[in-house]
Design a protein around this ligand. Structure first.
Ligand SMILES: [Zn+2]
Length: 323
């Protein structure tokens, strides 16, 4: 049986591939910007080439590979291995598991990237032997994975854990999904940029504007920079974002009663010093004392490699690998 795991994290902005050993250690990684043309085959070609180059560099043959784990953006029909619709990748009803298996081999396990990340955190991040964990990624969008009683929650069709589309403000901003006030519409990187632009359009937000490079759009990065310089408007904006995240997490904590809630993703990690205290405060004030007991809310230490770690966990802890 092979000793190496191939891990693949396909996202709207990057394809990240890795080769890991049975302990979950990354032995080699390769990262490229995603070739988004609207034609899924271009991304499959790119992924196949990246994996081929890594195997060649490490001198690995087919028999050396224990399994292949893949994380792709949702919503994903988990049973069928079909990406239902991915706005970032511009994929619609694309049978990604079948197409990747044709190129890379049949020992391939696939799940939604945020579910895979939750597994990565569960097995390699917190390392706390907990039974109940919720992982939330906050970047351009918001997603998550829920582990309840040591099982990853998929739901009937694989659509479970769409944390970003929990409504936290019924009269709030329009979400990409068509509804109003989803957590993603109120507290993602796009929401921060939208709020900052609205401030600037009103003639306010001058400290935020001063942090923007000429010709560049306003993003969460500039808001954070202004906030760290003590700008009240930027601090107010981040406080609002943090309270929405806290409200969403409090809802989840009241429903699932987890031991740990772990945040990751570019925006959460980049703003953690500003966001985490607000989130913790909001959650602790809005859950029952029973749910507060032993609850930890923190940031992942796995950074961008969390999905790679989860791919290894998926392969190693699948029923096939455990036999
Ligand atoms: Zn939504």
């Amino acid at each position: 049986m092979g000793e190496y795991i191939i891990a693949i994290d396909i996202g709207g902005s990057k394809v990240l591939c890795g080769i890991l050993d049975r302990s979950g250690k990354i032995l080699m990684r390769s990262r490229e910007l995603t070739c988004v043309t609207g034609d899924p085959q271009a991304v499959i070609d790119q992924t196949e080439r990246m994996v081929g180059e890594m195997k060649l560099a490490m001198g690995l043959w087919e028999q050396d590979i224990l399994g292949i784990g893949v994380g792709v953006p949702g919503p994903l029909d988990y049973q069928a291995g079909i990406v239902e619709e991915s706005p970032n990748l511009k994929w619609l009803k694309y049978p990604v598991r079948e197409e990747l298996s044709k190129r890379l081999g049949a020992k391939l396990l696939l799940d939604k990237d945020t579910n895979v990340a939750a597994l990565g955190e569960y097995y390699y991040g917190c390392n706390c032997q907990c039974r109940h964990l919720i992982y939330i990624t906050v970047s351009t969008g918001i997603g998550g994975g829920i582990i309840a009683d040591r099982h990853l929650l998929h739901g009937q069709n694989g659509g479970g854990g769409e944390i970003g589309h929990m409504v936290v403000a019924p009269e709030g901003s329009q979400c990409g999904c068509g509804r109003r006030g989803c957590l993603e519409a109120m507290a993602s990187g796009l929401a921060v940029a939208r709020e900052a632009n609205a401030l600037i359009a009103r003639g306010a937000g001058q400290r935020i504007l001063a942090s923007v490079c000429p010709g560049q759009p306003v993003s969460a990065r500039e808001v954070a920079q202004a906030a760290r310089q003590g700008d009240e408007e930027a601090l107010g904006l981040i406080d609002r974002i943090g309270r929405y995240l806290g409200m969403g997490i409090a809802n989840l904590v009241n429903i699932f009663n987890p031991e740990r809630v772990v945040l990751g993703g570019g925006m959460a990690l980049g703003l953690q010093d500003l966001l985490l205290p607000v989130i913790q405060n909001e959650v602790m004030n809005n859950v029952f004392s029973l749910h507060r007991r032993s609850l930890e809310i923190g940031m992942t230490r796995l950074g961008e490699d969390i999905v790679l770690a989860g791919c290894a966990a998926m392969v190693l802890h699948s029923p096939v690998a455990e036999n």
